[in-house]
Design a protein around this ligand. Structure first.
Ligand code: MLT
Length: 324
């Protein structure tokens, strides 16, 4: 008798899931952004969810949950009901660097999520306050080496993109600036523009408008080619710095166990958003990189997360980085 009951329950469960997915979404969806409003992760989230909301017929509401380099918000999202009504914008920090920096991380980026898809690639730019006493990367590096911890570097918390790419930068140039943590590089950029913090390595979508406006300095972009939106910013290689080429990425995840039909609806809506002219225009004008078709699938994102955890762990451990 018990076996029949269990079988019936399983069938009922599947039916309910199917029914649930069939009508999904029937109410607004929450997207947790694990950094303060106005930073790169928040900006990318708002750009891609604009068109996604229209496709899904329900508003995707952004909830900023900052702290601990993004791991606070991602932990909350990972533990949410796996029903498709809580999703998250993660990235190379929260789903790549974090395991190396948080020995007691409450989630495993490679196991505890249902990947939805890549949203944007984000080249890293080395930026400084306008009053920084250097006019090019060589002068910046000389100043860094001569002034050590008197120079302060902004970041969005241990394990964030700005922190992990900053740790990598400091290990390549053998400098030890004082690290200043913010709840996101949106607030950090405000202090950079107020000349109250010296520099940071940040995602292009956050800093491009302020570089173009002459409100902060950009010494180099850490990609092989220059960005079309920052044609006058040399690559690190052109500026004489070998060994510092790094790009980040932002991607949409749902909690593990989210029904496959729901994952597919979210993934299809994200892919459609990335083909929408307005979405593409807004991402490209900020220097974002639009993922190719093959890069957009949930399977491709799972592989990216696995490779990024494998890539960043030795880099950060070699740099002696640990969670504060
Ligand atoms: C980071 O990892 O540095 C974050 O993306 C910054 C932010 O989005 O505020």
């Amino acid at each position: 008798m018990k076996k029949i009951t269990l079988a019936l329950a399983a069938v009922a469960g599947l039916a309910a899931t199917g029914a649930q997915a069939q009508g999904y979404p029937t109410r607004p969806i929450t997207m947790i952004v694990p950094f303060a409003a106005g930073g790169p992760t928040d900006v990318i989230a708002r750009i891609v969810t604009d068109n996604m909301s229209r496709t899904l017929g329900q508003q995707i509401v952004i909830e900023n949950v900052a702290g601990a380099g993004g791991t606070t918000g991602i932990t909350r999202a990972a533990q949410a009901q796996a029903d498709g009504y809580t999703i998250m914008m993660g990235h190379m920090g929260t789903h790549g660097a974090a395991p190396a920096l948080y020995p007691n991380l409450k989630y495993d980026p490679t196991k505890d999520f249902a990947p939805i898809g890549l949203a944007a690639g984000t080249p890293i730019v080395i930026v400084a306050k306008k009053d920084f006493p250097a006019t090019d990367l060589k002068g910046f590096l000389d100043h860094m080496k001569a002034n050590g911890e008197k120079v302060n570097m902004a970041h969005a918390g241990v394990g964030s993109v700005s922190h992990s790419t900053g740790i990598f930068f400091n290990s390549v140039i053998k400098a030890k600036p004082t690290m200043v943590a913010y709840r996101g590089t949106g607030p950090a950029l405000n202090d950079l523009m107020a000349n109250t913090v010296d520099f940071m390595t940040d995602q292009i979508v956050n800093v491009a408008p302020q570089i173009q406006g002459g409100n902060i300095k950009a010494f180099a972009i850490a990609t092989r080619e220059r960005s079309p939106v920052l044609p006058n910013v040399p690559t690190t290689k052109e500026a004489g710095l070998e060994g510092y080429e790094v790009s980040a990425w932002n991607a949409v995840f749902a909690p593990k166990g989210t029904p496959p039909d729901v994952v597919k609806k979210l993934s299809d809506a994200l892919m459609k958003s990335l083909d929408d002219e307005n979405t593409k225009k807004r991402l490209l004008e900020l220097g974002g990189v639009i993922p190719t078709g093959a890069e957009r699938t949930p399977e491709a994102l799972q592989k990216l997360v696995e490779s990024e955890v494998a890539r960043w762990t030795p880099v950060l451990k070699a740099a002696g980085a640990t969670a504060e």
